[in-house]
Write a protein that binds this ligand. Structure first.
Ligand SMILES: Nc1ncnc2c1ncn2[C@@H]1O[C@H](COP(=O)(O)OP(=O)(O)O)[C@@H](O)[C@H]1O
Ligand SMILES: [Mg+2]
Length: 330
Protein backbone atom coordinates (compact mmCIF):
# COMPACT_ATOMS: atom_id res chain seq x y z
CA UNK A 1 0.00 0.00 0.00
CA UNK A 2 1.22 3.47 -0.86
CA UNK A 3 2.02 5.60 2.20
CA UNK A 4 -0.23 8.57 2.90
CA UNK A 5 2.76 10.89 3.15
CA UNK A 6 6.11 10.31 1.53
CA UNK A 7 8.98 12.71 2.05
CA UNK A 8 11.94 11.93 -0.19
CA UNK A 9 15.38 13.57 -0.10
CA UNK A 10 13.99 16.74 1.45
CA UNK A 11 16.45 19.59 1.68
CA UNK A 12 15.41 22.98 3.03
CA UNK A 13 17.73 25.97 3.16
CA UNK A 14 17.03 29.59 4.11
CA UNK A 15 18.62 32.50 2.33
CA UNK A 16 19.91 35.17 4.67
CA UNK A 17 21.70 38.36 3.67
CA UNK A 18 25.09 36.74 4.21
CA UNK A 19 24.66 32.99 3.79
CA UNK A 20 22.54 29.96 3.21
CA UNK A 21 21.38 28.05 6.30
CA UNK A 22 20.83 24.34 5.71
CA UNK A 23 18.04 23.50 8.14
CA UNK A 24 17.04 20.12 6.67
CA UNK A 25 19.37 17.90 4.65
CA UNK A 26 18.35 14.79 2.74
CA UNK A 27 15.45 13.70 4.93
CA UNK A 28 13.25 10.83 3.75
CA UNK A 29 10.39 9.37 5.74
CA UNK A 30 6.93 7.93 5.26
CA UNK A 31 3.68 8.00 7.18
CA UNK A 32 1.00 5.41 6.44
CA UNK A 33 -2.72 6.04 6.81
CA UNK A 34 -3.65 6.05 10.50
CA UNK A 35 -0.04 5.62 11.64
CA UNK A 36 1.43 7.51 14.61
CA UNK A 37 4.95 8.56 13.66
CA UNK A 38 7.38 10.48 15.83
CA UNK A 39 10.13 12.91 14.91
CA UNK A 40 12.53 13.50 17.79
CA UNK A 41 15.67 15.57 18.26
CA UNK A 42 17.02 18.41 20.34
CA UNK A 43 16.11 21.99 19.67
CA UNK A 44 17.52 23.19 16.35
CA UNK A 45 17.64 19.76 14.70
CA UNK A 46 15.30 20.80 11.89
CA UNK A 47 12.08 19.15 13.09
CA UNK A 48 9.83 22.19 12.71
CA UNK A 49 11.31 23.21 9.37
CA UNK A 50 10.63 19.68 8.09
CA UNK A 51 7.08 19.81 9.44
CA UNK A 52 6.41 23.23 7.93
CA UNK A 53 7.71 22.09 4.55
CA UNK A 54 4.89 19.53 4.37
CA UNK A 55 2.42 22.42 4.28
CA UNK A 56 4.87 24.86 2.65
CA UNK A 57 4.48 27.33 5.48
CA UNK A 58 7.82 29.10 5.07
CA UNK A 59 8.21 32.32 3.10
CA UNK A 60 8.85 31.20 -0.51
CA UNK A 61 11.10 34.19 -1.13
CA UNK A 62 13.63 33.01 1.45
CA UNK A 63 13.14 29.26 1.37
CA UNK A 64 14.99 27.01 -1.00
CA UNK A 65 14.00 23.36 -1.40
CA UNK A 66 16.70 21.06 -2.80
CA UNK A 67 15.87 20.22 -6.41
CA UNK A 68 15.62 16.48 -5.67
CA UNK A 69 13.09 17.06 -2.83
CA UNK A 70 9.70 15.47 -3.15
CA UNK A 71 6.77 15.55 -0.73
CA UNK A 72 3.91 13.33 -1.84
CA UNK A 73 0.66 13.51 0.09
CA UNK A 74 -2.09 11.19 -1.05
CA UNK A 75 -0.69 11.29 -4.58
CA UNK A 76 -0.25 15.08 -4.71
CA UNK A 77 3.21 16.58 -5.25
CA UNK A 78 3.13 19.25 -2.54
CA UNK A 79 6.28 21.11 -3.60
CA UNK A 80 4.95 21.46 -7.15
CA UNK A 81 1.38 22.56 -6.37
CA UNK A 82 0.19 26.12 -6.95
CA UNK A 83 -0.06 28.05 -3.66
CA UNK A 84 -3.87 28.21 -3.74
CA UNK A 85 -4.09 24.41 -3.81
CA UNK A 86 -1.73 24.05 -0.86
CA UNK A 87 -3.80 26.68 0.93
CA UNK A 88 -6.90 24.56 0.36
CA UNK A 89 -5.23 21.51 1.95
CA UNK A 90 -4.24 23.34 5.13
CA UNK A 91 -6.77 22.66 7.87
CA UNK A 92 -8.64 20.30 5.57
CA UNK A 93 -6.77 17.14 4.49
CA UNK A 94 -3.89 18.14 6.79
CA UNK A 95 -4.14 19.99 10.10
CA UNK A 96 -1.35 21.36 12.23
CA UNK A 97 -1.25 21.80 16.00
CA UNK A 98 1.50 23.94 17.51
CA UNK A 99 3.12 24.17 20.90
CA UNK A 100 1.39 27.22 22.29
CA UNK A 101 -2.39 27.27 21.83
CA UNK A 102 -2.52 30.88 23.05
CA UNK A 103 -0.63 31.91 19.90
CA UNK A 104 -3.06 30.04 17.69
CA UNK A 105 -6.25 31.21 19.42
CA UNK A 106 -7.39 34.79 19.05
CA UNK A 107 -8.32 36.19 22.50
CA UNK A 108 -10.98 38.43 20.95
CA UNK A 109 -13.14 35.60 19.61
CA UNK A 110 -15.03 32.77 21.26
CA UNK A 111 -13.99 29.19 20.76
CA UNK A 112 -17.01 28.68 18.49
CA UNK A 113 -16.29 31.76 16.38
CA UNK A 114 -12.72 30.73 15.61
CA UNK A 115 -13.64 27.13 14.88
CA UNK A 116 -16.45 28.37 12.66
CA UNK A 117 -14.00 30.43 10.63
CA UNK A 118 -12.02 27.26 9.86
CA UNK A 119 -15.10 25.28 8.95
CA UNK A 120 -16.54 28.05 6.77
CA UNK A 121 -13.28 28.28 4.84
CA UNK A 122 -13.44 24.63 3.85
CA UNK A 123 -17.06 23.45 3.92
CA UNK A 124 -20.29 24.87 2.57
CA UNK A 125 -22.69 24.08 5.40
CA UNK A 126 -25.59 26.00 6.95
CA UNK A 127 -24.76 27.77 10.24
CA UNK A 128 -26.75 25.36 12.37
CA UNK A 129 -24.92 22.33 10.95
CA UNK A 130 -21.60 24.02 11.45
CA UNK A 131 -22.41 24.68 15.10
CA UNK A 132 -23.46 21.07 15.62
CA UNK A 133 -20.23 19.87 14.06
CA UNK A 134 -18.17 22.19 16.28
CA UNK A 135 -19.96 20.98 19.43
CA UNK A 136 -19.36 17.37 18.31
CA UNK A 137 -15.66 18.03 17.81
CA UNK A 138 -15.37 19.64 21.27
CA UNK A 139 -17.07 16.59 22.75
CA UNK A 140 -14.74 14.27 20.84
CA UNK A 141 -11.73 15.75 22.66
CA UNK A 142 -13.38 15.11 26.04
CA UNK A 143 -14.10 18.75 26.85
CA UNK A 144 -16.96 18.96 29.34
CA UNK A 145 -20.21 20.76 28.42
CA UNK A 146 -19.20 21.43 24.80
CA UNK A 147 -22.53 23.19 24.17
CA UNK A 148 -21.50 25.92 26.64
CA UNK A 149 -17.85 25.88 25.75
CA UNK A 150 -18.46 27.12 22.20
CA UNK A 151 -19.38 30.52 23.60
CA UNK A 152 -16.39 30.85 25.93
CA UNK A 153 -13.27 32.92 25.28
CA UNK A 154 -9.80 31.34 25.28
CA UNK A 155 -8.74 33.08 28.52
CA UNK A 156 -11.58 31.33 30.35
CA UNK A 157 -9.95 27.95 29.66
CA UNK A 158 -6.90 26.23 31.12
CA UNK A 159 -3.84 25.58 28.95
CA UNK A 160 -4.75 21.91 28.58
CA UNK A 161 -8.33 22.79 27.59
CA UNK A 162 -7.10 25.31 25.01
CA UNK A 163 -4.83 22.69 23.49
CA UNK A 164 -7.79 20.30 23.29
CA UNK A 165 -9.74 23.07 21.52
CA UNK A 166 -6.89 23.15 18.99
CA UNK A 167 -7.21 19.38 18.56
CA UNK A 168 -10.98 19.78 18.09
CA UNK A 169 -10.34 22.46 15.48
CA UNK A 170 -7.81 20.20 13.78
CA UNK A 171 -10.36 17.39 13.31
CA UNK A 172 -13.24 19.61 12.10
CA UNK A 173 -12.67 18.79 8.44
CA UNK A 174 -11.80 15.13 9.04
CA UNK A 175 -8.14 15.31 8.02
CA UNK A 176 -6.14 12.27 7.01
CA UNK A 177 -3.04 13.70 8.69
CA UNK A 178 -2.42 15.82 11.79
CA UNK A 179 1.03 17.34 12.18
CA UNK A 180 1.53 18.09 15.87
CA UNK A 181 4.62 20.21 16.58
CA UNK A 182 5.49 19.89 20.29
CA UNK A 183 1.75 20.03 21.13
CA UNK A 184 2.26 19.16 24.79
CA UNK A 185 5.59 20.83 25.55
CA UNK A 186 3.96 23.85 27.23
CA UNK A 187 1.57 21.75 29.34
CA UNK A 188 1.86 20.23 32.79
CA UNK A 189 2.14 16.45 32.95
CA UNK A 190 -1.57 15.81 33.59
CA UNK A 191 -2.73 18.02 30.73
CA UNK A 192 -0.06 16.49 28.50
CA UNK A 193 -1.41 13.01 29.27
CA UNK A 194 -4.96 14.04 28.44
CA UNK A 195 -3.99 15.62 25.11
CA UNK A 196 -1.95 12.55 24.11
CA UNK A 197 -4.81 10.22 25.13
CA UNK A 198 -7.28 12.20 23.07
CA UNK A 199 -5.01 12.31 20.03
CA UNK A 200 -4.31 8.60 20.27
CA UNK A 201 -8.00 7.72 20.50
CA UNK A 202 -8.87 9.97 17.55
CA UNK A 203 -6.05 8.47 15.54
CA UNK A 204 -7.34 4.94 16.21
CA UNK A 205 -11.07 5.64 15.86
CA UNK A 206 -10.91 7.86 12.80
CA UNK A 207 -7.76 6.40 11.23
CA UNK A 208 -6.06 9.79 11.32
CA UNK A 209 -2.29 9.61 10.87
CA UNK A 210 -0.32 11.77 13.31
CA UNK A 211 3.18 13.10 12.76
CA UNK A 212 4.29 13.91 16.31
CA UNK A 213 7.22 16.33 16.61
CA UNK A 214 8.82 16.27 20.04
CA UNK A 215 12.06 16.54 21.99
CA UNK A 216 10.73 14.16 24.63
CA UNK A 217 11.42 10.40 24.38
CA UNK A 218 8.59 9.91 26.89
CA UNK A 219 6.11 11.26 24.34
CA UNK A 220 7.56 8.95 21.68
CA UNK A 221 7.38 5.96 24.05
CA UNK A 222 3.74 6.41 24.88
CA UNK A 223 2.36 7.72 21.60
CA UNK A 224 4.32 6.62 18.55
CA UNK A 225 4.59 3.38 16.61
CA UNK A 226 7.54 4.51 14.50
CA UNK A 227 10.19 7.10 15.27
CA UNK A 228 12.57 9.23 13.22
CA UNK A 229 15.56 10.66 15.05
CA UNK A 230 16.92 13.93 13.64
CA UNK A 231 20.23 15.56 14.33
CA UNK A 232 21.78 18.54 12.60
CA UNK A 233 19.02 18.61 10.00
CA UNK A 234 19.54 14.96 9.04
CA UNK A 235 17.79 11.75 9.86
CA UNK A 236 20.18 9.59 11.87
CA UNK A 237 17.98 6.65 12.83
CA UNK A 238 14.48 5.49 12.02
CA UNK A 239 12.44 2.43 12.86
CA UNK A 240 9.77 0.83 15.06
CA UNK A 241 9.69 2.44 18.53
CA UNK A 242 10.03 -0.92 20.32
CA UNK A 243 13.20 -1.87 18.40
CA UNK A 244 14.82 1.51 18.82
CA UNK A 245 14.15 1.72 22.55
CA UNK A 246 15.37 -1.83 23.08
CA UNK A 247 18.50 -1.48 20.95
CA UNK A 248 19.37 1.99 19.61
CA UNK A 249 22.02 1.74 16.91
CA UNK A 250 23.05 5.38 16.54
CA UNK A 251 25.16 7.03 19.26
CA UNK A 252 22.86 10.07 19.25
CA UNK A 253 19.73 7.98 19.80
CA UNK A 254 21.49 6.15 22.60
CA UNK A 255 22.44 9.48 24.18
CA UNK A 256 18.85 10.74 23.93
CA UNK A 257 17.59 7.57 25.59
CA UNK A 258 20.24 7.71 28.28
CA UNK A 259 19.12 11.28 28.96
CA UNK A 260 15.55 10.07 29.54
CA UNK A 261 15.95 7.71 32.48
CA UNK A 262 12.28 6.84 32.67
CA UNK A 263 10.41 7.19 29.38
CA UNK A 264 7.19 6.25 31.19
CA UNK A 265 7.39 9.57 33.06
CA UNK A 266 7.98 12.14 30.33
CA UNK A 267 10.85 14.47 31.18
CA UNK A 268 10.26 18.19 31.13
CA UNK A 269 13.78 18.79 29.91
CA UNK A 270 16.47 16.50 28.61
CA UNK A 271 19.56 15.93 30.65
CA UNK A 272 22.11 17.63 28.47
CA UNK A 273 24.23 15.65 26.07
CA UNK A 274 27.74 17.16 26.03
CA UNK A 275 28.38 19.71 23.26
CA UNK A 276 25.98 21.65 21.09
CA UNK A 277 24.48 21.33 17.67
CA UNK A 278 26.00 23.65 15.11
CA UNK A 279 24.07 25.52 12.46
CA UNK A 280 25.09 24.63 8.97
CA UNK A 281 25.95 27.65 6.88
CA UNK A 282 27.32 27.86 3.37
CA UNK A 283 27.49 24.47 1.71
CA UNK A 284 26.05 21.46 3.52
CA UNK A 285 28.71 19.59 5.49
CA UNK A 286 30.01 16.30 4.09
CA UNK A 287 30.87 14.84 7.53
CA UNK A 288 28.58 12.88 9.82
CA UNK A 289 26.21 15.34 11.47
CA UNK A 290 27.09 14.04 14.96
CA UNK A 291 30.89 13.94 14.52
CA UNK A 292 31.70 16.78 16.94
CA UNK A 293 29.83 15.24 19.85
CA UNK A 294 30.21 11.54 19.19
CA UNK A 295 32.43 9.64 21.65
CA UNK A 296 33.01 6.96 18.99
CA UNK A 297 33.95 9.17 16.02
CA UNK A 298 36.93 8.25 13.85
CA UNK A 299 38.40 9.78 10.68
CA UNK A 300 35.99 7.62 8.67
CA UNK A 301 33.19 9.79 10.08
CA UNK A 302 34.45 12.78 8.07
CA UNK A 303 32.45 11.15 5.34
CA UNK A 304 28.77 11.27 6.13
CA UNK A 305 27.36 7.76 6.51
CA UNK A 306 24.32 6.97 4.40
CA UNK A 307 21.11 5.97 6.13
CA UNK A 308 21.17 2.22 5.62
CA UNK A 309 18.90 -0.62 6.54
CA UNK A 310 20.22 -2.87 9.31
CA UNK A 311 16.98 -4.75 10.09
CA UNK A 312 13.46 -4.75 8.68
CA UNK A 313 12.29 -1.11 8.74
CA UNK A 314 15.23 -0.09 10.95
CA UNK A 315 17.67 2.30 9.28
CA UNK A 316 20.74 3.97 10.77
CA UNK A 317 23.23 6.55 9.54
CA UNK A 318 26.38 5.39 11.33
CA UNK A 319 29.43 3.61 9.92
CA UNK A 320 29.62 1.57 13.11
CA UNK A 321 25.94 0.77 13.61
CA UNK A 322 26.56 -2.99 13.89
CA UNK A 323 29.67 -2.82 16.09
CA UNK A 324 29.10 -0.26 18.80
CA UNK A 325 28.16 -1.43 22.26
CA UNK A 326 25.81 1.46 22.84
CA UNK A 327 24.05 0.30 25.94
CA UNK A 328 27.39 0.15 27.75
CA UNK A 329 28.33 3.53 26.30
CA UNK A 330 25.05 5.15 27.36
N1 LIG B 1 12.97 31.02 8.81
C1 LIG B 1 14.22 30.66 9.11
N2 LIG B 1 15.29 31.36 8.65
C2 LIG B 1 16.55 30.99 8.95
N3 LIG B 1 16.86 29.94 9.71
C3 LIG B 1 15.87 29.20 10.21
C4 LIG B 1 14.50 29.52 9.95
N4 LIG B 1 13.72 28.60 10.58
C5 LIG B 1 14.58 27.77 11.19
N5 LIG B 1 15.86 28.12 10.97
C6 LIG B 1 17.06 27.39 11.47
O1 LIG B 1 16.94 26.05 11.07
C7 LIG B 1 17.42 25.17 12.09
C8 LIG B 1 16.36 24.17 12.46
O2 LIG B 1 15.28 24.83 13.11
P1 LIG B 1 13.96 24.11 13.60
O3 LIG B 1 13.42 23.23 12.54
O4 LIG B 1 13.06 25.17 14.11
O5 LIG B 1 14.48 23.21 14.82
P2 LIG B 1 13.64 22.31 15.82
O6 LIG B 1 12.19 22.42 15.48
O7 LIG B 1 14.18 20.94 15.65
O8 LIG B 1 13.96 22.86 17.17
C9 LIG B 1 17.86 26.07 13.23
O9 LIG B 1 19.25 26.26 13.13
C10 LIG B 1 17.12 27.37 12.98
O10 LIG B 1 17.80 28.45 13.49
MG1 LIG C 1 10.62 23.15 16.65
Amino acid sequence: MKPLLEIADLGVAFRTSSSLIHAVVDVSLTVSAGERVGVIGESGSGKSVMARAIMRLDDPRRTQYATSSRITLDGRQILALPEREVHRLRGDAVSMIFQNPMHSLNPAFTVGQQMDAVLKAHRKLPGRDRRARIVDALGAVDLPAPGDLVDRYPHELSGGQRQRVMVAQAILCEPSLIIADEPTSALDVTAQDTVLDVLERLSRDKAIAVLMITHDMGVVARFCETVNVMYGGRLVETGPVGDIFAAPRHPYTAALLAATPNPAAPARTLHPIPGTQTTRRGSASTACAFIARCPHATTLCKQAPALRQIRANHRVACHYAEELDLKAAG
